[in-house]
Design a protein around this ligand. Structure first.
Ligand code: GDP
Ligand code: IMO
Ligand code: MG
Length: 427
């Protein structure tokens, strides 16, 4: 079972961290391929809770090599403080490899993320403020700073100067900020160079060699399909490809290496930040589900927007990712409901749609058409076999499976590694 991609199928926070961790025992390499420290993955092992941002969740898998791929944007301060935190908790991070081609989030990118959001006023994206968008913009504009640039002081100083040439005018004239001193930025980044050097690698070569040796490699996504720059609810998206294609370009492997694409799906829906969300629940109903699910952001602490399960979204994610398996999470959160609503269609301008509309305007106006399913009103957290779930819970899972059009291979009934029902082995 060589290459397995794990992706989010909604708006993030589906429980990808737990899914990655769970696949762990058979995995020898874990590659984070997109995003940066905008991600927040919670993994609970033996009652200990770990929050991971920039490090792949696979860091918790003993013996596996964690890799930060070329598609990731790296905040060096965040990287080393996360490494230090993990080490202080007894997690071995010594095998970590960082792609020489990954881009660096410079302090001016963080600043730009924050000032542009502010200037957008009520049109803001609700970003995590970590500098993600401006860093990917620099990458596409060919003025980015890469990890390898830190290994040559002269090159680094030139790259930073080049990046700031236009930005300083933008900062001063448009955003009324003080200009940024390129040498100061370069000094700040260079301070990490010695610590970084031993981790820097041609990670594409490393990963392809591992695959050639028959090792199992897991490609771990940050964010999710609906936050993907190409396939998500643009412009309310992140700035990278969080879908399966992003794993190939973001790690430097070919599609023939991939044997499984696992989509992680919450049994209901959440979203952080702005943008359309047809099945969103407001008021007391929303508050109730948020509390039941503990839906507060791992990265920013923001309360997550919550709503009913939307199969149109997950069916779309199935399509753009080519899923082979779905990992359904947080079924236990719905244990107390009398009835559970699932959206089966959208009403848009008098028309009934059963697939995602082509344009954002229609999606923003979509009104959900719900089918009500009976709740099971019992505690599922200690169930470990599908047949032992209450009949109504089994029916709920089977209904979602039919709606998504992909088999549900595992079902989460709690935060811990062990709180899982396996229907089909994943790796
Ligand atoms: P990620 O960003 O996709 O890795 O997900 P997050 O870690 O941001 O959010 C998912 C949250 O749900 C975390 O707090 C997980 O510990 C928790 N979680 C994952 N699976 C389950 C599950 O099956 N049941 C419950 N109750 N919590 C879960
Ligand atoms: P994980 O990996 C949920 C959202 C932000 C914002 C938008 C753009 O934990 O699932 P950015 O800072 O990336 O430019 O923000 O994307 N966002 C996430 N939402 N989970 C995440 O990661 C997210 N990463 C970014 O809230 O709406
Ligand atoms: Mg998260």
């Amino acid at each position: 079972m060589p290459g397995i991609i794990v992706v989010g199928t909604q708006w993030g926070d589906e429980g990808k961290g737990k899914a990655t961790d769970q696949l762990g025992s058979n995995v020898e390499v874990v590659v984070k391929f997109n995003g940066g420290n905008n991600a927040g993955h919670t993994v609970v092992v033996g009652g200990e809770k770990y929050a991971l941002h920039l490090l792949p969740a696979g860091i918790l898998t003993p013996h596996a090599t964690p890799v930060i791929g070329n598609g990731v944007v790296v905040d060096l301060e965040a990287l080393f403080s996360e490494i230090d935190l993990m080490e202080s908790r007894g997690v071995d991070t010594s095998r970590l490899l960082v792609s020489a081609n990954a881009h660096v989030i410079a302090p001016y990118n963080r600043l730009l993320d924050q000032v542009t959001e502010k200037s957008l006023g009520n049109k803001q994206i609700g970003t995590t403020g970590r500098g993600i968008g401006p860093t990917y913009a620099d990458k596409m504009n060919r003025i980015g700073v890469r990890i390898q640039d830190l290994l040559d002081e002269e090159v680094l100083r030139q790259r930073v100067r080049g990046a700031l040439y236009e930005k300083n005018q933008l900062l001063e004239v448009v955003y009324r900020q003080s200009p940024v001193d390129p040498d100061q930025v370069a000094d700040e980044l260079l301070a990490y160079a010695d610590r970084l050097r031993p981790m820097v690698a041609d990670t594409s070569l490393f990963v392809n060699r591992a695959l050639a040796e028959g090792k199992t490699v897991l490609f771990e996504a940050g964010q999710a399909a609906m936050l993907d720059i190409d396939h998500g609810t643009y412009p309310y998206v992140t700035s990278s490809n969080a879908t399966a294609g992003g794993a190939l370009t973001g790690a430097g492997v070919g599609p023939t290496q991939i044997s499984r694409v696992v989509g992680v799906t919450k049994a209901y829906t959440t979203r952080v930040g702005e943008g359309p969300f047809p099945t969103e629940l407001s008021g007391a109903e929303g508050d109730h589900l948020r509390e039941l699910g503990g839906e507060y952001g791992v990265t920013t602490g923001r309360p997550r927007r919550v709503g009913w399960f939307d199969p149109l979204v997950v069916r779309y994610a199935n399509r753009v990712n080519g899923l082979t398996d779905v990992v359904l999470t947080k079924l236990d959160v719905l244990d107390s409901y009398d009835e559970i609503a699932v959206c089966v269609a959208y009403e848009v301008d008098g028309q009934t749609l059963t697939e995602m509309p082509m344009d954002q305007g229609s999606f923003a106006r979509a009104q959900p058409v719900y089918q009500l399913l009976p709740g099971w009103k019992s505690d599922t957290t200690s169930v470990r076999k599908f047949e032992d779930l209450p009949a109504a819970a089994q029916d709920y899972v089977l209904f979602l499976e039919q709606q998504i059009g992909c088999r549900i291979s595992s079902i989460g009934v709690g935060q811990g590694r062990e709180a899982t029902i396996i229907r089909h082995e994943l790796g």
